[in-house]
Design a protein around this ligand. Structure first.
Ligand SMILES: NC(=O)c1ccc[n+]([C@@H]2O[C@H](COP(=O)([O-])OP(=O)(O)OC[C@H]3O[C@@H](n4cnc5c(N)ncnc54)[C@H](O)[C@@H]3O)[C@@H](O)[C@H]2O)c1
Length: 350
């Protein structure tokens, strides 16, 4: 059946991969990418689909009720995949309110717009909320996050995402909206804004800058290649059961310091540097306030019930990622300058 899907946050890291996958795989769907183009949103991430007949971009803020109303009506939106968010834990520590505004208020605004527009037939439409494993808190002694692990968010970012998850469930329960939620572990891959660990290290190794590592780098994260997350979102969107939650992960845990050392050794090889050169750039810095020790996802449910599993081994994914950053210096330069704003104006006007 033909659909008109509103994907929010489609100019960001994960959203851009989801938009590209849906535009290319489902030519019968209209894909409407709604994004406010904050510092993290970049239309250069979508060059591959720009100009494709089933792709539309709408610059809007999910906090803007009338803009949402108009976009739902203009494109006769049938379903939502909601990724737009403030997503960086460090920024949430310095400005928690920005996270409440977008992640909590913005999500409720979007739920209201969908509920209002679909009011005659709520059960015909899906609101898919994309969330994070960080809502479950920190694991200290073994174990994995399951879909029914109690929420225990520890940072302003994860508290805002947990709150938005609760609102989505509340709308399902109260108004009988058809919803689904997925909670994913850390993503890596192309288009990742260089404030996050992996792209930051690749960039700094290349430019011989210090590699800041929080505390002793003992924090453990589970890493998933971003295109595998996009494939999982496709799977949950099409096969997920109404009202359910699916954990998505890479079965791939790494200590931060080990990731940084791996990047150093791979980059030494690629840049023709003597082994051990880049490790000298590692600089331990004061730990992040309230830094969660370990996240680890048990992704058995999506694997067994929906048949999804990661397609790439980490070794393969990290090679692709490093090569992408080395071959896309222009992209890095643009996202770290104001140049993509110009790109946006040239293509879409102010
Ligand atoms: N990055 C990860 O490892 C990870 C893991 C699990 C879940 N998630 C979740 O996936 C989603 C996408 O994450 P990401 O890493 O791609 O984030 P990102 O920061 O790269 O992208 C977020 C996008 O949302 C847009 N946006 C921000 N505020 C907006 C607003 N008020 N209105 C409209 N658009 C707005 C930005 O312009 C940007 O394009 C988020 O909901 C995040 O919580 C991320």
């Amino acid at each position: 059946m033909s659909k008109s899907i509103l994907i929010t946050g489609g100019a960001g890291f994960i959203g851009s991969h989801v938009v590209q996958l849906f535009v290319e795989k489902y030519p019968d769907y209209t894909i409407v990418n709604l994004d406010a183009l904050t510092y993290a949103g970049n239309l250069e991430n979508l060059k591959a689909v720009e100009g494709t007949s089933n792709y539309i971009f709408e610059k809007a803020d999910i906090q803007d009720e009338s803009a949402l109303k108009a976009i739902f009506a203009k494109h006769a939106i049938t379903d939502v995949i909601h990724l737009a968010a403030e997503s960086h834990v460090d920024r949430s520590i310095t400005d928690p309110l920005a996270f409440v505004k977008t992640n909590v208020f913005g999500t409720v605004n979007l739920l209201n717009a969908a509920k209002e527009f679909w009011k005659d037939k709520l059960s015909d439409h899906l609101f898919y909320h994309v969330s994070t494993d960080e809502v479950y808190g920190s694991l200290h002694d073994g174990g994995f996050f399951l879909e029914d692990t109690p929420y225990d968010p520890q940072s302003p970012y994860s508290a805002s995402k947990a709150s938005s998850d609760h609102f989505v469930r509340a709308y399902a329960n109260t108004y009988k909206m058809k919803t689904v939620i997925s909670n994913c572990s850390n993503n890596y891959g192309p288009n990742h804004f260089p404030e996050k660990l992996i792209p930051l290290c690749i960039h700094n190794i290349k430019t011989n800058k210090p590699l800041p590592v929080y505390g002793r780098g003992e924090n453990v994260r589970d890493w998933l290649f971003v295109k595998d997350h996009a494939r999982a979102i496709d799977t949950v969107f099409h096969k997920g059961k109404e009202g359910e939650t699916y954990n998505i992960g890479g079965f791939n845990e790494w200590k931060n310091i080990d990731i940084v050392k791996l990047l150093c050794s791979k980059m030494d090889e690629k840049l023709g540097r003597e082994a051990g050169t880049s490790e000298k750039l590692i600089t331990y810095v004061k730990d992040r306030a309230g830094h969660d020790l370990r996240y680890a996802i048990d992704a058995t449910k999506i694997q067994q019930e929906l048949g999804w599993e990661p397609s790439l081994q980490f070794e393969e994914g990290i090679e692709i990622t490093i090569d992408w950053y080395l071959n896309n210096q222009d992209w890095l330069d643009h996202v770290t300058s104001g140049a993509y704003q110009k790109y946006y104006s040239e293509h879409y006007g102010d």
